[in-house]
Ligand binder design. Structure first.
Ligand SMILES: [Zn+2]
Length: 44
């Protein structure tokens, strides 16, 4: 599962231990990354 840091926006992968923390800034609040389920929003 890939998460996105709620502070700096870095992508964070959860570990096998289930510990999820941003490796970049140490922030603990992460959001699940929405990939294929995302709404179709095109900004060209
Ligand atoms: Zn971060």
């Amino acid at each position: 599962m890939v998460y996105v840091c709620g502070k700096c926006g870095a992508e964070v992968k959860s570990t096998d231990d289930g510990i999820v923390r941003c490796f970049s800034c140490g922030h603990k609040i992460l959001y699940k990354k929405r990939d294929s389920i995302a709404k179709t929003i095109k900004v060209d």
